[in-house]
Design a protein around this ligand. Structure first.
Ligand SMILES: C[S@@+](CC[C@H](N)C(=O)[O-])C[C@H]1O[C@@H](n2cnc3c(N)ncnc32)[C@H](O)[C@@H]1O
Ligand code: SF4
Ligand code: SF4
Length: 414
């Protein structure tokens, strides 16, 4: 109850302040995650999606998305396949905006996947393991999800489509040793399926792989081994070989955001940051710790007012982390499928505007060819398998960020 009051208050604040503040903070809404509904037919043990009984305002949310014109749209939830008119919604977005569309689903409703296939570019299917492993965490036998993936692949082939499938495997202390069996099974279904490994958040939770250094180190070996064998896997989130990072330099924050089920757009800065700082200030008050209060207040003023393009994020997440690979990357060949599809949708004006922003605020050494290269057109190639680093460069430490800022710029926009 208390949480829902807080949530409503926060949403109202966002609505009130959205337009004037957007003018102060430059935001390029390239990547939008639409939390289309909080309804779900599963009760996964780790899920933090709030269960709300209010009806989503689909029309308002749809209008917002069309206005924002994302290059890449992730439709998530709750469970998006429970939305009765999803096909019409996706069709309209495809027609009016044509972003690269990813539907993030629990794959428990295979018949609802089929009508979406012509309009969706990628299905991101959650599966934590085979058989009982998935059942323990997600309440449904993993083999049923494998069946859904198989039937979707068959349908894609039958319809002559190019829809991609990515498996999302949430990594916990319970399932990490069984990741190889899942990856091998997925590879048998199709060598084109990629597996994204998501260590459970919060990283301090006893179930999260990141909370146990011995298990985490074992996990790193498993992932390295699979990657060396050429399997298409990546770990998403603020991780290095040693574990989770508490603070990262996040470059993608001005290029992404979420739209909630009522159509409220929530970019990281200032909204997610403000929510974090307000929460921390509340914690300092409840712990009666004036020193902590002053430190957080200082951090808040510094981050939100004095240095609004400072990329340090004290609450790192795994959302859309591939966008950082554009902002820091020097080679088109190293880009994954999502950034390639995203960049190929930028028009000339957007490229120029984006390049100026990146060179000024993020990376003076940014390679503008990344924005306008013809090589970006088309699908990720099959030879791309083991190229990207498994622990991506997209969440560098604060120290790395400083070294990037110091480099001189000699790029010219072509
Ligand atoms: C919230 S779900 C919504 C979409 C859909 N219902 C599904 O499960 O795929 C989106 C993704 O978040 C992941 N997820 C849920 N709880 C998480 C947590 N505590 N930490 C990290 N990822 C989580 C899920 O495994 C899923 O891949
Ligand atoms: S299926 Fe997705 S939304 Fe539903 S409980 Fe599981 S993680 Fe949460
Ligand atoms: S790491 Fe922080 S700033 Fe970056 S996307 Fe996640 S919440 Fe936003």
């Amino acid at each position: 109850m208390k949480n829902s009051i807080k949530q409503n208050l926060f949403r109202s604040l966002i609505r009130l302040s959205q337009s004037p503040i957007s003018r102060i903070y430059r935001i390029f809404p390239w990547v939008i995650t639409w939390h289309i509904s909080s309804m779900c037919n599963l009760r996964c043990v780790y899920c933090t999606v709030p269960r709300e009984d209010t009806h989503p305002d689909f029309k308002r949310a749809l209008r917002k998305i069309i206005k924002l014109k994302p290059k890449l749209l992730v439709i998530s939830g709750g469970e998006p396949l429970l939305v009765p008119n999803l096909e019409a919604i996706v069709q309209k977005i495809k027609r009016e905006v044509d972003p690269y569309i990813i539907v993030n689903t629990n794959a428990t409703l295979p018949r609802r996947v089929v009508p979406l296939l012509p309009y969706v570019d990628e299905f991101a299917i959650s599966i934590d393991g085979l058989g009982e492993v998935n059942k323990r965490a997600r309440g449904i036998d993993g083999d049923k999800i494998i069946e859904c993936i198989q039937s979707t692949l068959d349908e894609i082939k039958a319809q002559g489509l190019e829809t991609s499938i990515t498996a999302l495997c949430l990594v916990t202390n319970d399932n990490y040793t069984l990741i190889p069996s899942l990856v091998h099974r997925l590879h048998e279904l199709s060598p084109h399926i990629r597996t994204n490994l998501l260590p459970m958040q919060p990283y301090t939770h006893p179930l999260s792989i990141a909370s146990n250094p011995a298990n985490y180190s074992e996990f790193v070996k498993i992932v390295t081994n699979l990657s060396n064998q050429g399997f298409r896997i990546r770990v998403t989130g603020p991780f290095c070989e040693k574990g989770a990072m508490k603070e990262v330099a996040c470059y993608r924050q001005y290029f992404r955001g979420a739209v909630d089920k009522d159509g409220v757009f929530i970019p990281c800065k200032p909204y997610a940051y403000a929510a974090y700082f307000l929460h921390e200030l509340g914690r300092a008050i409840s712990e009666r710790n004036p020193l902590m209060f002053m430190q957080i207040l200082k951090q808040m003023i510094d981050s939100l007012i004095l240095h609004r393009y400072d990329p340090v994020c004290p609450f790192p997440c795994n959302c859309d982390d591939y966008v950082d690979s554009i902002l820091l990357c020097e080679s088109v060949e190293l880009l994954w499928r999502e950034p390639r599809n995203l960049l190929s949708r930028l028009n000339l004006g957007e490229m120029k505007e984006t390049y100026d922003f990146i060179a000024k605020h993020i990376n003076p050494k940014f390679n503008p060819d990344l924005l306008n290269s013809n090589k970006l057109k088309g699908k990720e190639s099959f030879t791309f398998i083991a190229l990207p680093p498994i622990f991506c460069a997209q969440a560098p430490t604060v120290k790395n960020k400083m070294s990037i800022k110091k480099k001189d710029s000699n790029n010219e926009y072509k």
